[in-house]
Design a protein around this ligand. Structure first.
Ligand code: ADP
Ligand code: MG
Length: 676
């Protein structure tokens, strides 16, 4: 073996550079962090060929004094740390004093900087870490750093680089994440000459989400805000109907740092149970903030892994906060309390207790001693007409900073978020402007007296009467009251049913609705079953039914006779894979009983490990089997009752996550006929 020697400093720098500078995206991350630490409020990133040939970052931060420019590029040179004690209370993103040294070791660098109080700036050029002379120059306040030919002197590293497009995409990802964790700073990314991202920096997370993640994503969100003990959870999650095909739209931050965490993903997805279609995933931009001592500090700060000292409280905080936001979003808007109040009045602990009630494990059901009276084979469903809702008059006002082309899309975002925010835009002559949207002024009128709930036959009449009442009262009442009545949501007009499956309706805003009657009724049944902890009503069969099952299902039925009794099935062993069924659920047709039992057995097998989840799964089956079916004849009164539930916003998707109703606007229809 040769002698041991110290490495020349430029070789040591190259090795160190390999650790900090992995690819263009890591350079961008370090330089963005420097700009943020410098107090910048606007940062522009420009890259060419994925950042491998050219990368420039401009900020309007505090700048660097000319005399300190060369020092900034020395290893372990930092302005953010003086003593070992400072390490414990570090408030900046960087502190190791390595980034500039590492980056300049493997590229050609030009830096221009001017401090706020000086009239003139300075520039410095470096090649492979070797600095030239500092020269005086005119430049804007702040710092511009330009990196050319990254890895020009480390061909081995260059070989690891992916295609320009992949490196460019990684840079885009970094800028997106940094922008989403700093909504108070405006970020712009220019890739090969075109602007691909521009956030307004108005401090509103929703503005950053709109700009960084796109309009379609931003329009389908529910706001989330809550906390469990010291753990705060804040941000936006997708509405259940806007599920995504992959997990790619889940952006999670812990204490401002972008992370990937199976724990947080699991908590998020658990909150969507029974709401999302199979194979769909929620998207989110969620900030989890917790005391630093609850996060494992030994994890490398440049990596996206995160470890919590204790997982359960973090899981709970995310799960219950997201779930309660989704619950609140499901309720009709008028009944919804403002979100802040909701969180003020209900802690995670309280919510958990309420929710635990709904999720009782299977073993805890017991059949009451007295047997249930036999019910008619198919009892008439007892829907009730929804109460007339309080009238809300909403006026939207918009105030563009420069020009007012406020489109419908932007207003939609405002309506969903209910708060002011700004969106970047361009004038016709190409100038960049920011549009500020002022919040809608919401005036609540006194609630109209509740219409007493009526049985299903009355439901259709209620709509008609309400129409008549509205007509008559408008003529007689003074102007102010007229206004209130006129703006009350008129009942939907049910046009009819097609294909024995879809109900067609028209609302008072010129929209046409198609409602899937099975999906809608399945949801109604599921909610009713879920809300009722009592055993399902059973009907005794005149002759017991012999059901032969596959070996595994047969033993599952015998193992869970008590649970099945709770769901209305009274089964006993008949030997040889056959069970005798004496009672079946009251609202299931006798012809469907065997198939239903088989499905329940299958689910019991699949959900062995998760008894709480099993209850929901079993209820799905019961809801599906007892709901009116596509192709079945259904009375207009039953259909009208379902329409009212959809109109009242009580049901939006079936327990499998399929939509219950689809809206066609007048404009969409006119487009189909080429009228618009
Ligand atoms: P660190 O950020 O860990 O301190 P760096 O090598 O990234 O180390 O930067 C070295 C020093 O250069 C910083 O401490 C800071 O004083 C200065 N600096 C770097 N970038 C900027 C910037 N964009 N604006 C102002 N000062 C900067
Ligand atoms: Mg730094």
């Amino acid at each position: 073996m040769p002698n041991i020697q110290c490495l020349p400093s430029h070789v040591a720098d190259l090795i160190a550079a390999g650790e900090v500078v992995e690819r263009p995206a890591s350079v961008v991350k370090e330089l963005l962090e420097n700009a943020i630490d410098a107090g910048a409020t606007a940062i522009v990133v420009e890259v060419e060929r994925g950042g491998l040939t050219y990368l420039r970052i401009t900020d309007n931060g505090c700048g660097i004094a000319p005399g300190e420019l060369p020092t900034a590029f020395l290893r372990h040179a930092t302005s953010k740390l003086r003593t070992a004690q400072d390490l414990a209370a570090i408030g900046t993103l960087g502190f190791r004093g390595e980034a500039l040294a590492a980056i300049s070791a493997v590229s050609h660098v030009d830096i221009f900087s001017r401090q706020k109080e000086s009239d003139v700036g300075a520039m410095l050029h470096l090649d492979g870490g070797v600095a030239g002379e500092v020269t005086e120059t005119g430049c804007p306040e702040g710092t511009t750093i330009c990196i050319r030919d990254l890895f020009y002197n480390t061909p081995a590293r260059m070989k690891f680089m992916k295609k320009d497009s992949a490196e460019g995409a990684a840079v885009h990802g970094i800028v997106q994440h940094v922008a989403l964790s700093h909504p108070q700073i405006s970020f712009k990314l220019i890739r090969d000459g075109s602007e691909v991202l521009y956030t307004p920096g108005d401090g509103k997370l929703l503005s950053a989400v709109y700009a960084a993640m796109g309009r379609d994503f931003a329009l389908g969100l529910v706001e989330v805000k809550g906390c469990g003990g010291d753990i705060a959870v804040e941000g936006y999650v997708t509405r259940p109907l806007n599920g995504h095909g992959t997990r790619g739209k889940q952006v999670l931050f812990v204490n401002g740092r972008f992370v990937k965490s199976q724990l947080l993903t699991a908590a998020l997805e658990e909150a969507y149970r029974n709401r999302l279609m199979k194979g769909k995933f929620p998207g989110c931009v969620l900030h989890v903030t917790l005391p630093p001592d609850m996060v494992d500090v030994n994890v490398h700060p440049a990596k996206t892994v995160v470890k919590f000292v204790s997982d359960k409280p973090v899981f709970d905080a995310v799960y219950y906060t997201v779930r309660s936001a989704l619950d609140a979003a499901e309720k009709p808007a008028e009944q919804e309390k403002p979100k802040e109040n909701f969180y003020r009045t209900m802690t995670v602990q309280q919510y958990r207790e309420t929710a635990a009630e709904e999720k009782k494990p299977l073993g805890s059901y017991s059949r009451p001693a007295t047997s249930q009276p036999a019910a008619p084979v198919r009892p008439a469903p007892t829907y009730s007409a929804p109460p007339v809702r309080p009238v809300t008059t909403t006026t939207y006002a918009s105030k563009p900073v420069e020009k007012p082309p406020l489109s419908g899309e932007i207003r939609d975002v405002v309506r969903q978020a209910g708060e002011t925010f700004t969106v970047p835009g361009r004038t016709e002559d190409g100038r960049q402007v920011t549009y500020e949207i002022t919040p809608p002024a919401v005036e609540k009128a006194a609630p109209v007296a509740e219409v007493p709930t009526a049985a299903v036959e009355k439901a259709a009449e209620v709509s008609k009467t309400a129409e008549k009442v509205a007509e008559q009262t408008t003529m007689e009442l003074p102007e102010t009251e007229q206004k209130v009545l006129q703006s009350a949501p008129a009942p939907w007009r049910m046009v009819g049913e097609v294909l024995k499956t879809y109900i067609i309706c028209e609302d008072d805003k010129e929209n046409v609705w198609l409602i899937d009657k099975h999906a809608a009724h399945e949801r109604v049944r599921f909610d009713a079953l879920k809300a009722n902890p009592q055993p399902l009503m059973a009907q005794t069969l005149l002759e017991p039914l012999a059901v032969t099952l596959a070996a595994e299902e047969y033993s599952a039925v015998l193992e869970h006779t008590e649970t099945l009794r709770h769901f209305g099935f009274d089964c006993e062993d008949f030997g040889d894979g056959t069970v005798l069924v004496r009672e079946i659920p009251a609202d299931i047709l006798t012809g469907d009983a065997a198939a239903t039992l088989e499905e329940l057995a299958k689910k019991l097998l699949e959900q062995r490990a998760d008894p709480a989840g099993a209850r929901d799964e079993l209820l799905h089956t019961m809801a599906c089997k007892s709901a009116i079916k596509a192709g079945m004849n259904t009375s207009p009164a039953e259909l009208a009752a379902l329409v009212e539930k959809v109109q009242a916003g009580e049901i939006a998707y079936c327990p499998h996550g399929r939509p219950v109703a689809v809206k066609l606007t007048k404009y969409e229809i006119e487009k189909m006929f080429k009228r618009a």
